[in-house]
Design a protein. Structure first.
Length: 272
């Protein structure tokens, strides 16, 4: 009888582990879609499921048939609709500890890049010169680097300022920075298709949001109309930032060894 008891206890233990794993998966799925357009889409799917249950309960055969057929192909539709979110989720899994990089570039290089960036955007914002600077993190941006003009120069404030001076060959498009190097300028980025974005946001902001929805990059925007500083990250945009805010976030993202639980993301968020 002892072995039967041990077998029963083992089955209970496995079921508990199973429940915990499912709970963990659901939790991470919620954190991945929180603050994205997927929330609104899931609400729509919830309405469809409720309608299907009610039609089945009240015997509405035609409506139930239509909803059933719709749900049959729903998996494919979800894969298409949630493609940016799914891509980002897989990239976040790939950026986990199992696949983490073992080394970081010289910390002093990061410090210099951050200081030069803040100096450059302050200069540009004061003169209301539009700019879009994208910082590559774990996800490679070679596809977008190839759409621009190769630079491979140190990301100094002088270089960043000169790139965005109006009526120069490279001022349109985005600058992509990898570590402490400006890889390319005049790059074309995908525009966000989020229908809930504020109508006040122009092409630069939409391009920054679009790339941040697809990768883990950090995009820094200087508004040409207002001189306002904004940051796009993970499909969210943070507007009306001070130079200190920009410095804080760059320091957190570009110097991961300095990363602490940032209070930055708890304020100033606007994407609609």
């Amino acid at each position: 009888m002892d072995w039967l008891f041990e077998l029963t206890m083992m089955e209970y233990f496995i079921e508990i582990i199973d429940i915990l794993l499912v709970t963990l998966v659901i939790y991470y799925l919620i954190t991945l879609i929180r603050g994205t357009r997927a929330v609104q889409l899931l609400k729509g799917l919830f309405v469809i499921v409720v309608a299907w249950l009610l039609s089945s309960f009240f015997g509405l055969k035609t409506l139930s048939f239509i909803i059933t057929q719709t749900m049959t192909y729903g998996v494919l539709a979800v894969l298409i609709i949630f493609q940016p979110e799914l891509r980002r989720a897989l990239e976040q899994l790939g950026r986990g500890k199992l696949f983490a990089r073992t080394s970081h570039p010289d910390d002093e290089k990061y410090v210099k890049v951050i200081e030069d960036t803040v100096k450059a955007v302050q200069y540009l914002a004061k003169r209301r010169i539009g700019a879009l600077i994208v910082y590559e993190l774990e996800t490679g941006l070679n596809d977008y680097v190839e759409t621009g003009i190769n630079i491979d120069g140190h990301a100094s404030s002088e270089l960043l300022i000169n790139i965005f001076i109006p009526n120069t060959p490279l001022h349109d498009g985005a600058v992509i920075v990898r570590k402490d190097q400006v890889k390319a300028a005049g790059c074309y980025l995908p525009l966000s298709e989020n229908p809930f974005i504020s109508k006040e946001l122009g092409t630069r902001h939409r391009a920054a949001l679009g790339l941040s929805e697809m990768t883990d990059c950090l995009a820094l925007i200087v508004s040409e109309e207002t001189g306002q500083l904004s940051i796009a990250k993970n499909g969210e945009i943070y507007r009306d930032l001070s130079a200190e805010d920009v410095h804080e976030r760059l320091d957190t993202e570009l110097r991961p060894q300095q990363k602490a639980a940032p209070s930055f993301w708890s304020r100033g968020k606007h994407n609609g």
